[in-house]
Design a protein around this ligand. Structure first.
Ligand code: UDP
Length: 361
């Protein structure tokens, strides 16, 4: 029996793990222990996903959040190391690119426990992003590199990674979208609560540090969203706690709430409903860019670059730098009218099963 110790900490990791953990549970040769670092801790950023997506509560809760990147990662490193020593796993499983990912990886690696990385090989080629540093370091020392796309596999090969470490499985978020997203219908839910008309609103999410921590970029985004909401159609924006805090600190929250429908973060099923019935998605989230595509909704990404290049190439996603946002309205209108061709860059919805099979070895 192989023991997997999974380290989770942030919203998208809970969502991705929902399908992988259930595949691990189905395998007689695997057992799993989940550690929650505490990076995301509010009910609507954490617990709601465990409940909605049918996950068992984590066995270890580290309750570490806040502070600088170094402080948070350092505290996690100490505590995850302690858990690894107690649990003696055969493999440590990590997801994505957060501080929890890096802390889990480093703790395991220093104790000579093999690491498996889900969502390996993604690159923005922007080393100022904390996520880029986390993912490069994680990939460098992981034993199993589970890539979601051809471009992620190519990135790793281009960095000289040995092909036998790379297993292209597809995107686990596609598995989640097929498995849980299919439960979501038009009636009721958050659409009814907000009184939004299907296909006559834009869904926005903004939380990347490169946007929230740069006052000029944030101001540009807010001005653009306010203009679009006044001239085109309503905008619904579930505010990430960090973004809400920054908007409040910058004195922008009141101004924005006059034009845009600001709501607290929502659970996965409400989020899928908002995505599925939106006319357009505007985001800087990695996951939301892809979910827009899974639900056949065009997307405008407010960043300088994206890791999910295949959607830009296929015309589903339109990349706009928040530094050069003056023609955003034109791009939004273009995206609204776009009719891109179907493409299948994210596998067949069997990524979680492929990961569990590979871990059995
Ligand atoms: N999400 C959610 N509620 C929200 C906003 C996002 O459930 O209010 C989900 C979204 O559907 C996607 C994931 O969170 O599955 C994306 O996470 P996030 O944008 O925080 O991180 P990223 O994907 O950029 O790493």
């Amino acid at each position: 029996m192989k023991k997997i110790l999974t380290v989770l900490g942030a919203r998208p990791q809970f969502i991705k793990a929902s399908v992988v953990s259930s595949e691990i549970a189905r395998h007689p040769g695997l057992t799993e222990v989940v550690v929650h670092t505490g990076q995301h801790f509010d009910n609507n950023m954490s617990e709601i996903f465990f409940q909605e997506l049918g996950m068992s509560p984590p066995m270890h809760q580290l309750d570490i959040h806040g502070g600088s990147h170094g402080e948070m990662t350092g505290r996690m490193l100490v505590e995850v190391e302690r858990v690894i020593k107690t649990e003696s796993p055969d493999v440590v499983l990590v997801y994505g690119d957060t501080n929890s990912t890096l802390a889990g990886t480093l703790a395991a690696c220093k104790l000579h426990v093999p690491v498996a990385h889900v969502e390996a090989g993604l690159r923005s080629f922007n080393m100022r992003m904390p996520e880029e540093v986390n993912r490069i370091l994680t990939d460098r020392v992981s034993d199993w590199l589970f890539t979601p796309t051809d471009s992620a596999t190519r990135n790793l090969l281009g960095e000289g990674t040995k092909p036998e470490r790379i297993i292209q499985v597809g995107d686990v978020m596609y598995d989640v979208a097929l498995h849980h997203g299919a439960r979501v219908m038009e009636e009721g839910g958050i659409l009814a609560r907000l009184n939004m008309m299907p296909k006559y609103y834009i869904l926005a999410t903004i939380h990347r540090a490169e946007n929230t921590d740069d006052p000029q970029r944030l101001r540009n985004i807010i001005n653009a969203l306010s203009q679009i909401a006044s001239e085109l159609m309503p905008i619904v924006w579930p505010l990430h706690p960090r973004t809400r805090q920054t908007l409040r600190n910058e004195g922008l929250l009141d101004h924005l709430s006059k034009t845009v429908v600001l709501i607290d973060p929502v659970g996965y099923l409400d989020m899928v409903q908002l995505e599925k019935y939106a006319a357009l998605v505007m985001t800087d989230s990695g996951g939301v860019q892809k979910e827009a595509f899974f639900h056949k909704v065009p997307c405008v990404t407010l960043r300088d670059e994206t890791e999910w290049v295949e959607l830009v190439e296929a015309g589903w996603n339109h990349l706009v730098s928040p530094y050069h946002i003056s023609d955003l309205l034109r791009i939004v209108q273009k995206a609204l009218q776009s009719r891109p061709e179907p493409v299948t860059p994210y596998g067949t919805g069997q990524a979680a099963a492929a990961i569990a099979s590979a871990l059995v070895g």
